[in-house]
Write a protein that binds this ligand. Structure first.
Ligand code: PHE
Length: 458
């Protein structure tokens, strides 16, 4: 019982849209730090292993759920699983997309603010890294700044979403993702000309197996999960826009390759840039992007141009991810509540804005209000990233591997995909084994890690 719905215009459009979702802040501000902290090439190796054993099968599973049902995650889970439990799981994954989009936008808002700062040449004349840090904390303490750019960012995303699947999501990913690659290559080329670039690269690429603790393993696992936007309805929704005849196995492989390339090139660029100023440990997240890098951009020749390019790159990555987190609830409102696209995009944008406000205020007006010592932004991102996303991934995998059984999903495969599936029986059995046993166990380990069990034990 296929539902009437829009489809992607081309294969490349689908690949770029899924890549746009995958390539995001996690590639840019988290991956370089993880690589630097957990043994460089050694961490990269286990990360790749998890991408292959965990992320690739889940990505395929979610796309297949979408393609088979041609419905938003809530309806898709209902059609496949029936009963009360599965529709609830589907609704939770739609809700997860909504929750993620509310706080992802708050962080992306700081990037919008920094694109403006970079264009005003306001962030490339710092003498010390502390000055850069002070500048950031001054901006972030202003509630008008954080809430204002949160609004601006969401309006930008809504403009794209309003245009629909083909003219909005697909077309804009076709423009923004190639642009992102061009800027990334330019930044890497510039970084290669810096003094001590080689030292940074050598540090990054030499494996240090001694720091691969259980916590490092769990971190690689979490990163492999988050970077592909799994477990929150995005890939089910993007899969549901595939034409009946469309193939997806090779496309998904290509997406993982592009996502990994961006993470790796970004880590190389960051290390070459950071080592040029004798900094040998780098921080994660805001510390790297808003403190260390602006200070280094202030020192290197042509730094103000590099700063503009860098923040525009981060913004492009954030936009293409954010729209992919907003699309599942939009598709839900259209499919199940009969909303027009106009109203659905308005409702989700407005809702994400409202839910994002406490996050946007958590470093200024609401700074004193904490739950177990964590502010609202930390709490909601913890809930989304560490609990709801793995839960959504687990739901999708159990539904397909245990409840429906994988071979029954195969009637939605194109001829090409059937051929691939049948041509490599060994790979296929590894895939099915991962789906049934390895992935559920790994996700249970993620939950144990969230509860702090590994930190206690090791
Ligand atoms: N994949 C995105 C990133 O790497 C994050 C994301 C997760 C985006 C979930 C949308 C949904 O930053």
């Amino acid at each position: 019982m296929a539902n009437e719905r829009p489809t992607w215009g081309s294969k490349i459009g689908f690949i770029l849209a899924v890549s746009g979702s995958a390539i995001g802040l996690a590639n840019i501000w988290r991956f370089p730090y993880l690589l630097g902290n957990y043994g460089g090439a050694a961490f990269f190796f286990i990360y790749l292993l998890f991408l292959f054993l965990l992320s690739f099968p889940i990505l395929l599973t979610e796309i297949i759920i979408g393609k088979k049902t041609r419905a938003n995650p809530s309806l898709a889970f209902k059609q496949l699983g029936g009963g009360v439990f599965w529709p609830t799981m589907g609704k939770i994954s739609v809700l997860t997309g909504f929750i993620i989009s509310s706080f992802y936008s708050v962080v992306a808002a700081w990037i919008v603010g920094y694109v403006v700062e970079a264009l005003k040449m306001g962030i490339t004349s710092f003498q010390h890294s502390q000055e850069a840090a002070n500048h950031f904390s001054q901006l972030i303490q202003n509630p008008y700044w954080t809430v204002g750019y949160h609004f601006v960012f969401l309006v930008l995303c809504r403009l794209i979403l309003l245009l629909g699947v083909r003219k909005g999501i697909e077309k804009w990913n076709e423009i923004l993702i190639p642009l992102l690659f061009i800027i990334l290559v330019a930044i890497v080329a510039k970084a290669l000309t810096l003094e001590d670039a080689g030292t940074g690269l050598r540090f990054l690429l030499s494996p240090d197996w001694s720091v691969l603790t259980p916590v490092a393993f769990m971190t690689a696992l979490g990163q492999a999960f988050f970077t592909l936007s799994l477990g929150q309805g995005t890939m089910v929704t993007y899969g549901s826009y595939l034409d009946e005849k469309a193939s997806f196995i090779k496309s998904c492989g290509l997406v993982i390759l592009m996502d990994t390339m961006v993470s790796f090139l970004m880590a190389c660029a960051v290390f070459m840039i950071v080592f040029s100023e004798d900094v040998t440990t780098i921080s994660s997240g805001p510390g790297l992007i808003f403190n260390t890098l602006p200070w280094i951009f202030s020192q290197i020749p042509g730094g103000s141009i590099v700063a503009i390019l860098f923040f525009v790159l981060v913004l492009l990555a954030a936009i293409t991810s954010q729209i992919s987190a907003m699309e599942p609830p939009i598709a839900y409102l259209i499919d199940e509540k009969g909303f027009s696209r106009r109203w659905a995009t308005f409702t989700v944008t407005f809702g994400a804005f409202a839910l994002g406000i406490p996050s946007a205020l958590s470093l200024n007006l609401l700074a004193g209000h904490t739950i177990y010592g964590a502010n609202f932004l930390d709490c909601i991102s913890f809930l989304g990233t560490n609990i709801l996303i793995p839960l959504g991934g687990l739901g999708a995998v159990i539904l397909v591997a245990w409840k429906v059984e994988f071979h029954k999903m195969m009637d939605c495969f194109s001829e090409e995909d059937k051929q691939i599936y049948l041509r490599y029986p060994k790979l296929t059995s590894i895939f099915l084994f991962c789906l049934k046993y390895v992935i559920p166990i790994l996700i249970v380990l993620i939950f144990l890690n969230v509860l702090g069990v590994f930190k206690l034990l090791f």
